[in-house]
Design a protein around this ligand. Sequence first.
Ligand SMILES: N[C@@H](CCC(=O)N[C@@H](CS)C(=O)NCC(=O)O)C(=O)O
Length: 355
Amino acid sequence: MNSVESNKAYGSKPFKRSRSHFTDRVTADGRDGWPVEAGRYRLVVSRACPWASRALVSRRLLGLERALSLAVADPVQDDRSWRFTLDPGGRDPVLGIRFLGEAYEAREPGFPGGVSVPALVDVPSGRLVTNDYQQLTLDLATEWTALHREGAPDLYPRPLREEIDRVMDEVYGDVNNGVYRAGFATTQEEYEAACTGVFRRLEALAERLAGQRYLVGDTITEADIRLFTTLVRFDAVYHGHFKCNLWKLAENEVLWAYARDLYQTPGFGDTVDFDHIKRHYYQVHEGINPTRVVPLGPDLSGWTAPHGRERLGGRPFGDGTPPGPVPAGEEVAPAGRPPARAAERDRAARSARAV
Ligand SMILES: N[C@@H](CCC(=O)N[C@@H](CS)C(=O)NCC(=O)O)C(=O)O
């Protein structure tokens, strides 16, 4: 598999995340040659990928769905990497390409690096603009403001940036990337160091979140988005496939409630596809899972159970409002969602009877 990540699984060197190669920014003033413009760019993601999922959540929370269109790649890459096999004819209907690599090639012929998501592609030229996942969501929050929906939250509030950056740094090193270091470790020492670091940091985060609803301040910020995208994958793939198994998310009262609270907040859970997540990790990383067999569990029904974190106060959207429904055509297929809970099924049946 010619992949940025799976290649790392075979080497004896410690897992090292490759640098994002294209770091142009789409900004309000267009200083890199890419001005913010409705309809001009296409966000290419895999719903399996935690880094791409940050952008999926931000785009929903900020109401950028109409301004920034979405392409969802097949969760399982082939030897040409991310492909649009979920679309009719195996082509992205807007970019007209079969592989995301074609947009990289259009940007830099012969580009030697890996093809990664998330990627922002310039629709008129078909060229990749950026695959810098660390900067992308910050720019959606701060540069794309002219196109935000009414009532969009401030995900990177100026007075809190220093603290948000500090928390995100810790979360990135130990948690977001820590699970990958554990999963791709090729020595016992390397694995144990990474795995211990993951859980030490999760315990510290649980302490922080025991008394406050969100990571920084009393509203949802970029820091919550970045922790969420790892937590939502935890029991489904990191616990088994990446051997981060000192405990399950569902066994940590605080973090499990925090993750469910976010999952149930419009803009978070409605972007998550557990089927894509499981198939990607278990089928693509053949170095770790040579049989490519995908496990049946875990039971996902808990994700929609009451979380009780309203008692901590907090104003999820600050002075803003939650996003509206998922746009038609972007809904996650039933196979990727937790089963409806009995109570919800009853409620739905009752309201169906009432009409
Ligand atoms: N662009 C970054 C981070 C994004 C990233 O790692 N995305 C993964 C998916 S989760 C990816 O596209 N990997 C390339 C591949 O698996 O072919 C990098 O190269 O490290």
